[in-house]
Structures are given as structure tokens and as C-alpha cells.
Design a protein around this ligand. Structure first.
Ligand code: SF4
Length: 200
């Protein structure tokens, strides 16, 4: 007599539910067989371990910081390791407006990142100049670097950055290539604030 299982009296489902029969995984020591392609494994591993460059330009960067904090937790997708050196980063999140003076610096940081690399344009300012339709702000960073994912909004919420990040992961897993490099195609070269020879 008596209850052998101390948890038996605890009802874990409502009176109208029938308990689900969960399939049990039997550990019998045998190896499972998994077949795939090397390219798929590489794409999957790259998409699951993106390291963003530590790079924020304006107010959007505050939302980017929130995305890494505990409430939204970008670490769930393997991208919490923001790198202070572009040589250790494979993702550039352009968070905020980019001034014409900053454009050569942004391009230089992009050039210093090793291949393969990706770019997210975060916010209206980075994507198209936003409310700053003037001579001092680059009207879309896709004039400087090839942008893989654009995120609208002013500012985009951390949820939106997470969604954009997931879209980038999907692109990588599906093997979708980067867009063409705007500077390479145009033949222009950004050489510095005093010698900027392109009309942005
Ligand atoms: S999009 Fe809005 S929040 Fe982001 S940098 Fe521009 S003004 Fe700031």
C-alpha cells in the first residue's frame, strides 16, 4: 500500500486534455547515421556562429545593444560575440546614420573583415538616409558596401533586428550569394575624408 511515485498525485494536464504519448528515445549505444553535403554543413555552421563587428554609428546602436542583452538575447542564435577587431568579425551591422566623413572608415572596416562576410543595414538612416536628406549623410550605405539585409524603422526594435538576423541566417543556409559590391562595380575608391572622390 502507499504511493510509490511521490509525483503521482500531481495532475499535469487539465480534465479536458488527454495526456500526450511522447515517443521515448532509447539509448542503446548504436551510432545514428546522418548524411548531408559538406557545403550544407559549412553554411549551417557559418550561419550559427556569426560574429558581428563592434560598430555603432548613432541611436540605432542602442537598439542593437538591447538585442544582445538578456531580454532579447541574441546569444540564442550564436551571435553574441561582438568583436573589437574587424579581422575577427564576419558580420557588419550598420546601426545608424553614416556621415560622408565616416564613409571611408566604414568601407575600410568592411575591407578588413575576412571572407565570407555579410552586412545588415539597420534602420531608415543606414538604409536610405532616413530623415537626414542632406549633403552630410550617405543616402544608403549600399552605395559603399554590399548590403545583404535591410531593416526598416526609426529606430528598428530589437525584435526587428532579430528578424533581420534570422533572414540573414536563412540566406546563408540557402547559399544565397552576397549582392554585388557597389564600389567594385563602379570602379570608384574611397580613400579618405579629404580625398573622397565620389558623390554620395
Ligand atoms: S533610423 Fe532613427 S534611430 Fe536609427 S539612426 Fe536614424 S534617426 Fe536614429
Amino acid at each position: 500500500m502507499g504511493i510509490t511515485n511521490p509525483w503521482e498525485p500531481v495532475q499535469t494536464y487539465s480534465n479536458t486534455q488527454t495526456p500526450r504519448e511522447l515517443p521515448m528515445h532509447q539509448k542503446d549505444g548504436s551510432f545514428g547515421v546522418l548524411t548531408t553535403q559538406v557545403s550544407k554543413i559549412l553554411d549551417w555552421s557559418r550561419s550559427s556562429s556569426l560574429w558581428p563587428a563592434l560598430f555603432g554609428l548613432a541611436c540605432c546602436a542602442i537598439e542593437m545593444m538591447s538585442t544582445s542583452a538578456s531580454r532579447f538575447d541574441l546569444a540564442r542564435f550564436g551571435a553574441e560575440v561582438y568583436r573589437a577587431s574587424p579581422r575577427q568579425a564576419d558580420l557588419m551591422i550598420v546601426a545608424g546614420r553614416c556621415s560622408v566623413k565616416m564613409a571611408p572608415v566604414l568601407r575600410q572596416i568592411y575591407d578588413q573583415m575576412p571572407e565570407p562576410k555579410w552586412v545588415i543595414s539597420m534602420g531608415a538612416c543606414a538604409s536610405c538616409g532616413g530623415v537626414f536628406n542632406n549633403y552630410a549623410i550617405v543616402q544608403g550605405v549600399d552605395k559603399i558596401v554590399p548590403v545583404d539585409v535591410f531593416i526598416p524603422g526609426c529606430p528598428p526594435t530589437p525584435d526587428m533586428l532579430l528578424f533581420g538576423f534570422n533572414e540573414l541566417q536563412r540566406k546563408i543556409r540557402e547559399g544565397i550569394p552576397n549582392p554585388p559590391d557597389p564600389l567594385k562595380d563602379s570602379g570608384l575608391k574611397l580613400v579618405g575624408p579629404s580625398n573622397t572622390n565620389m558623390d554620395l
